[in-house]
Structures are given as structure tokens and as C-alpha cells.
Design a protein around this ligand. Structure first.
Ligand code: GDP
Length: 534
């Protein structure tokens, strides 16, 4: 296990200024709007969809938007980088659809923190809760943004209580809302003693900041109607008494989350949140790996693939592997070692998702995300280094919870279907098992929606109609053991055995009873629900 996150004054400036995070939220809470405002304040104009890939003309963002629409999932802006003051923010997108997917989990392995967006009227919703639990598994620091304060929302104390209770985390108010709904005028910045007033006339305008000398400052009375000032003073006093104060270390350890209130659509509260990410968010953290941990400040470059996106352009069978830089200073054209195959790999065309006028950034530092176009060599979980045989750990592959049999609409196209399925398996979009007995493929996913997404992608990208049918199996477990034990196990259970796309042995069944029986009858065989990607 890694030590808890910490920020260190001794990190090189380029690394210390980086903040790599994802946004987690329930659909409709305002993630997209907040992202747009981040980019607006960060001065970023480019997104992944605009970035030039190998040898191709530049794609426009709208092409990607069309694909996103067709697929119903978020494929484009996988990572966005932008500067804010002296900081470099790397925002990694979590897939937008509501099914929990492995993709989401793995995205969260590539960030050092998460921004949790909640709707001020709805509080903690189901998807927020699920994503939060995933963050908790890694003790990821979480900063909270309570959005839509321009609408009727709940009482501030109620919102905070609900988060504390549902998510079992301490909440400390970084700002305090003044008024609500139509009467919402802005926030009192509790960390900096400032009054931030919202401009309803101009949605893209940054709010005016008025320095205040504590809550007794008569300046408050000049800017706010008397009843609002009275309520603010009373509430903030209560909040300071009842709620914990900001403890930076507790935030870094994931036990405490500061909350900012605002309205993304009105650009309100966003700047304060960004200042919060800069001040309280973690710097690039050490990465767990075998045989040793990787520290961000190491001179040598190391990074790992947390996502692969195939067929970003259906006309070209290229893929982009997204690499989280774990250490060092990467320069374009660098020769790295692909640790799994021990082969050298010259990274000449990294896809970079950079802000402002720089199209092709020529370098990247620990904390950054780069996209590497390739023809399938790079897989999820792969590590790239300058030669050392390091393997990043902690990027799991889950046993799918839903299994179906895939059949080509045209039986003559089965081979094509196999190719397409293998590609998606490598991309991490699904598990594909080839049974030892019988024909066809068994496809496993974690969320039901993924079947639809797969079917439409296979049709769109490969021109292959495909049917998913119920499978006789409902559970899959990876089987591990020494050669002799494994052979005996396979022989005795042939009707239940399949191989995944890496050739590893998988046990398929529809009964938990079977799994228990195997554990009893084959003590040398280990059945697992996750497999570490390697
Ligand atoms: P996502 O599904 O989380 O990405 O949410 P979106 O950013 O697409 O926002 C969902 C809806 O809420 C859209 O109609 C937005 O215009 C709206 N919205 C976002 N932020 C605010 C806000 O601060 N106030 C109000 N009233 N509406 C908002």
C-alpha cells in the first residue's frame, strides 16, 4: 500500500504545479457545464477531439460529437489540460453513461483527486454514491462542488449533513451560500474572508471579489440586504461551531472534503473551486508498482496505460492508448521500453490534449496524460519505462456480472466478429471468452448498457450486425494454479471452461454452488473475481 497522499515542497516546480483529477457526479448534476467553465477559466480551447493524430488531418470536435451521439457514450474529451494561474490542471473524463463500468474505475486509477459535483436540490444521488465508493477504495482526496444554487435548493446544513451521513466523510464548508434560488446572491468565502457576488446578467463573467475583514465587517451590510447579512452571520457562526475546520492533511488522506457552493451555468463559484484544487488538491502522487514504487520526481520516465480507445476514426484502425505519466520528464520522440514485451517503442506522435495555442506539446511531466497512437501493442495496464522492468499495479479487471453469447447477424462473418470482439476486449470495453466446447463467444460486461453500446459500435465501426443472446452461464471466475493442478481442473470441468483474450483460463457457471464446490474439490485452484491487468 502507498502512504497517504501528501504534498511535498521539494518536488520540482513542473511536477509540483500539476493537479490531475476527475469529476464524479450523477448524470445531470452539471459535470459538463462545470468542465466547460474550467476550460473557460483555464483559457483552454482545445479538447481531445481537436487534437491531431498520426498523419491525419485534424479532426474537428464536431465529428467526435457526432460519434458520441451515435454511440451514446462519451468518447472524445478523454483528457484535457489547461493552465490556471501557475498551475497545470489535467482533467480526466469519466465515462458519461450511468452504468458503472470498469472504464470508470480505471480512469480513477489515473488521477490524484476527484471533484464531486452534486445538485443542491437533489443531494447525494445513486451514481455519485457508487463513484464515491470507488474513490474511497483508493483514499482519493475529494473536493465537493454543490451546484445549481441559483435554483431552489436544500438548506445548507441539510446538504452537508446528508453528504456526511451517506458518504461517511467529514465536510468542511469552504464557502457559504447567501440566499437561495431567486434570492441567491453569492457566497461568503470562508477560507479567504471574501464576498463573492454572482452576476446574473453575464453568465461567463467571473464574480466580483470583495475583501472582507471578518464577518463583523460593515462592508457586508453595504453589499447585502439586511436580512441576508443577519442570516449569513448566524449560519456561518453555527457552521464554525458545528462543522470541522479545514484540515489539509485530512483532505489529502480522503477523510475530509471541503465543499464549495455555486452555479456552474452562471460561472459562479468555479474560480474558487479551482483555487481550492490548486491549494488543497494533491500534487502528483507516487505510483505503486512491482518490484518498487515509482516516485514522481525520478529523472527517468515511467507511465502506465489506463485506457485504450480503438477506432477513434472508423476509417483508420488506429488506437490511442492513454498513458498516465508516473515519473520523469517525457520529450517527444523519446525511446521507451514496453515492459510487457520488453520491446523498445519510440513515441513520435504523442497525442496531447493541451490548452491555449499549443497544438502539439513536445513534453510531458509526471502527472500528465498523453495519448499514444498505436496498432494494438499497448494494452490497459501496460507500463512504459526508460528500460527498468517496472510493472504498475492496482489496475484490475473485474469479473463481468452479465454474460451473453454474441452471434454475427451473417454467419459467414463470424471471423470478422471474432476480430471485432478481440479488439474490444483489448480496449477493456468487455470480456470475451472463447469456450473450449461449442462455437461462438461469450461476452461479459459489468453493466447492461454496455451490450447496447458494444452492438452499436460493432455495427458502426465494423459494419457487422450482431445479436446478443442469453447465455447458459451467469458467472465467470479466473482460475489459477500450477500447471498440473490446472490441467486436472480443466479436464474435469471441460463444459465450463473458456479462455479469455489473453489465453487465461476462465471457469463459467450459473451456480454459486459450483464455485463453492470447486473451491472444496480443487484446493490447489484459486478462483478469482478480478484479474490484475498485465
Ligand atoms: P451532466 O449530465 O452532469 O454533464 O450535466 P450538464 O452539465 O449537462 O447539466 C445538466 C443540466 O443542468 C443542463 O440543462 C444544464 O444547463 C443545467 N445546469 C448546469 N449547471 C447549472 C446551474 O448552475 N444552474 C442551473 N439552474 N442549471 C444548471
Amino acid at each position: 500500500m502507498l502512504d497517504h497522499a501528501q504534498n511535498r515542497p521539494d518536488l520540482p516546480f513542473e511536477i509540483a504545479r500539476r493537479r490531475t483529477f476527475a469529476i464524479i457526479s450523477h448524470p445531470d448534476a452539471g459535470k459538463t457545464t462545470l468542465t466547460e467553465k474550467f476550460l473557460l477559466f483555464g483559457g483552454a480551447i482545445q479538447m481531445a477531439g481537436q487534437v491531431r493524430a498520426k498523419g491525419e488531418a485534424r479532426r474537428t470536435r464536431s465529428d467526435f460529437m457526432q460519434m458520441e451521439k451515435d454511440r451514446g457514450i462519451s468518447v472524445s474529451a478523454s483528457a484535457m489540460s489547461f493552465d490556471f494561474k501557475t498551475y497545470r490542471f489535467n482533467l480526466v473524463d469519466t465515462p458519461g453513461h450511468s452504468d458503472f463500468s470498469e472504464d470508470t474505475y480505471r480512469t480513477l486509477t489515473a488521477v490524484d483527486a476527484a471533484v464531486m459535483v452534486i445538485d443542491g436540490a437533489k443531494g447525494v444521488e445513486s451514481q455519485t454514491q457508487k463513484l464515491f465508493e470507488v474513490c474511497r477504495l483508493r483514499d482519493l482526496p475529494i473536493l465537493t462542488f454543490c451546484n445549481k444554487m441559483d435554483r431552489e435548493s436544500r438548506d445548507t446544513f441539510d446538504i452537508i449533513d446528508e453528504i456526511q451521513e451517506n458518504l461517511a466523510i467529514d465536510i468542511t464548508p469552504a464557502s457559504w451560500p447567501i440566499g437561495m434560488g431567486r434570492e441567491f446572491v453569492g457566497c461568503y468565502d470562508m477560507l479567504n474572508d471574501r464576498l463573492e457576488l454572482m452576476d446574473r446578467a453575464d453568465r461567463n463573467k467571473v464574480a466580483a471579489s470583495i475583501e472582507i475583514n471578518g464577518l463583523d465587517d460593515p462592508k457586508l451590510d453595504q453589499h447585502l440586504p439586511a436580512p441576508l447579512v443577519a442570516k449569513l452571520r448566524e449560519e456561518v457562526e453555527m457552521a464554525r461551531e458545528l462543522l470541522p475546520g479545514l484540515d489539509r492533511q485530512a483532505v489529502l488522506e480522503g477523510h475530509m472534503s471541503p465543499i464549495w457552493f455555486g452555479s456552474a451555468i452562471n460561472s459562479f463559484g468555479v474560480k474558487e473551486l479551482m483555487e481550492g484544487i490548486a491549494a488543497y488538491g494533491p500534487q502528483p502522487q507516487p505510483q505503486s508498482a512491482e518490484p518498487r514504487q515509482i516516485a514522481p520526481e525520478e529523472d527517468k520516465v515511467a507511465g502506465f496505460v489506463f485506457k485504450v480507445q480503438a477506432n477513434m476514426d472508423p476509417k483508420h484502425r488506429d488506437r490511442v492508448a492513454f498513458l498516465r505519466m508516473a515519473s520523469g520528464h517525457f520529450k517527444r520522440g523519446m525511446k521507451l521500453t514496453h515492459v510487457r514485451s520488453k520491446k523498445p517503442m519510440t513515441v513520435t506522435n504523442p497525442v496531447l490534449f493541451l490548452a491555449s495555442d499549443r497544438e502539439l506539446a513536445d513534453e510531458a511531466w509526471a502527472g500528465d496524460i498523453i495519448g499514444i497512437p498505436n496498432h494494438g501493442q499497448l494494452r490497459i495496464g501496460d507500463t512504459l519505462t526508460e528500460g527498468e522492468a517496472l510493472r504498475v499495479t492496482g489496475i484490475p479487471s473485474f469479473a463481468p456480472e452479465l454474460l451473453q453469447t454474441a452471434r454475427a447477424g451473417d454467419p459467414l462473418k463470424s471471423k470478422h466478429l471474432e476480430k471485432a470482439l478481440m479488439q474490444f476486449a483489448e480496449e477493456g470495453a468487455a470480456k470475451v471468452f472463447k469456450p473450449v466446447f461449442g462455437s461462438g463467444f461469450i461476452v461479459g460486461v459489468v453493466g447492461a448498457l454496455q451490450f447496447e453500446v458494444l452492438a452499436s459500435r460493432i455495427e458502426l465501426e465494423y459494419g457487422l450486425p450482431v445479436r446478443f443472446e442469453p447465455s447458459q452461464f451467469t458467472s465467470a471466475r479466473w482460475a489459477q494454479g500450477d500447471r498440473v493442478a490446472l490441467d486436472a481442473f480443466i479436464k474435469a470441468n471441460q463444459a465450463h471452461i473458456a479462455h479469455d483474450n489473453d489465453g487465461d483460463v476462465v471457469y463459467l457457471t450459473r451456480l454459486q454452488w459450483d464455485i463453492d464446490r470447486i473451491e472444496r474439490d480443487f484446493p490447489d485452484i484459486n478462483l478469482t473475481a478480478t484479474k490484475e491487468m498485465m
